[in-house]
Design a protein around this ligand. Structure first.
Ligand code: ATP
Length: 410
């Protein structure tokens, strides 16, 4: 193993021939028998070795890092050749890949851990194959679950237009909202550290969470706390402008046919239809904020994140999660949500069903998209959640963060 005693000694290499262990000839012995001799030995061990013929220069420690996108427990893996040699990890851990010599079992170690010895992990291809074989059955049920309830956990976004609360996005039917991405098989993602240079464009700050969890409230607080720094996009709509409205303030007002062409040309981050009118957030509205060197706050449905994961936006994705049902009952006693069910979009107190749905949607979002979340914040006490969010967003601007390596090559 990379980093193990033999590797560190620099004296034993792949291809060497083992002739004696502690003076005992092992020519005629099977590997199991040799292991037995080694297991019984104490103190120094002496090997007699015929070196394999190699002209290669000693290889430097490889510097490939990956973010793990699933949990792995070697003790529960029937396929691993040696459970003790496996490396356990949790989704989101950063691993240094030490060897990819074997197509099925890579060697890796946890980044930042003192133990220099590598452990076995399933290779990307092997794990993808395993996921492809066993995942669909587990996942196919989910969209059904969601659509048999109301799809409210997946409606959201264009509505920060708080200036116009009636058009709260929770009333829109979002086109792609119930789609699950069955094609994605998350295993590992190659990453590198990225630190934003002073004055460079900000990373796009993306918030996701179930309806009613408090995304608008948190965005509002951020905007109030530093209006010069944070900004939100102005949505587009094809509905007619009302008298008191101005183009580019509440909305950008465009015709239905232009809206349709823009949809065709992939100009929207997300779009939806409500009462025969289109509403949407354009990519250009995001760009316009970033080009003013402001931090753009955007809340989207989780399936949209993957379209934003580009070198241009380098999104920092925060998942806002509800606390337990008991805490929701306590903290949301005086809170109201905009009803997605009635046409008026009136505010009403939370019901027990709203809480249940919020918690179960959050769970589904986390199961399905958790590998895309860089930060998870539980919105229990609002002031605490806000402080946590604010400080995480500050760090995005100043500290190094692991990002996909493709974001740093342009
Ligand atoms: N931690 C909290 N404690 C108490 N009330 C909260 C908390 N967070 C949010 N709220 C309240 O819950 C209600 C819903 O919050 P908000 O509108 O921000 O949710 P949202 O995630 O944007 O939902 P929607 O998808 O319906 O727009 C608001 O009345 C808000 O003030």
């Amino acid at each position: 193993m990379r980093g193990g005693a033999a590797d560190r000694s620099g004296l034993i290499h792949v291809g060497d021939e083992l002739r004696e262990v502690n003076g005992i000839p092992v020519d005629d012995k099977k590997p199991d028998e040799i292991i037995h001799i080694l297991a019984k030995s104490q103190g120094a061990i002496t090997f007699k070795i015929i070196p394999g013929i190699k002209d290669e220069l000693p290889s430097k420690e490889p510097m490939m890092f990956v973010r793990t996108l699933f949990d792995y427990e070697p003790a529960e893996d029937k396929a691993i050749p040696c459970k003790e040699a496996g490396l356990a990890f949790k989704r989101g851990d950063i691993l240094q890949i030490m060897s990819q010599d074997d197509a099925t079992w890579w060697q890796a170690k946890q980044h930042g851990h003192a133990n220099p010895r590598a452990g076995l992990i399933p290779s990307k291809q092997f794990q993808e194959r395993r996921f492809a074989l066993c995942r669909p059955a587990a996942h196919v049920l989910q969209p059904q679950n969601i659509s048999s309830r109301r799809s409210s956990g997946f409606r959201r976004s264009f509505r920060l237009s708080r200036r116009d609360r009636k058009t709260n996005k929770s009333m829109y039917e979002c086109k792609k909202s119930d789609q699950y991405d069955m094609a994605d098989v998350p295993t590992y993602e190659e990453v590198t550290t990225y630190r934003r240079q002073n004055g460079a464009k900000h990373r796009l700050l993306v918030l996701v969470g179930p309806t009613g969890v408090g995304l608008n409230e948190l965005k509002r607080k951020l905007l109030i706390s530093d209006p010069q720094h944070f900004s939100v996009t102005i949505p587009h709509t094809s509905r007619p402008k009302k008298n008191q409205e101005s183009d580019g303030v509440e909305y950008y007002f465009i015709s239905k046919s232009i809206f349709e062409t823009d949809i065709q040309n992939n100009k929207f981050v997300e779009h939806g239809e409500y009462k025969g009118n289109f509403y949407g957030t354009s990519l250009d509205s995001v760009r316009s904020i970033l080009s003013k060197n402001k931090a753009c706050l955007l809340d989207v449905q989780p399936h949209t994140i993957k379209h934003l994961r580009t070198a241009e936006f380098k999104p920092y994705v925060v998942f806002v999660k509800p606390p337990s049902i008991e805490r929701l009952r306590e903290t949301r006693r005086n809170a109201t949500i905009i009803s997605g069910k009635d046409d008026k979009g009136s505010a009403k107190p939370f019901t027990e069903d709203d809480f249940l749905e919020m918690v179960s949607t959050a769970q589904q979002m986390e199961n399905q998209y958790g590998h895309l979340f860089e930060k998870v914040i539980v919105n229990d006490d609002l002031a605490v959640a806000f402080t946590e969010l604010r400080s995480a967003l500050k760090k995005v601007e100043t500290d190094g963060h692991w990002v996909p390596i493709s974001w740093t090559h342009s």
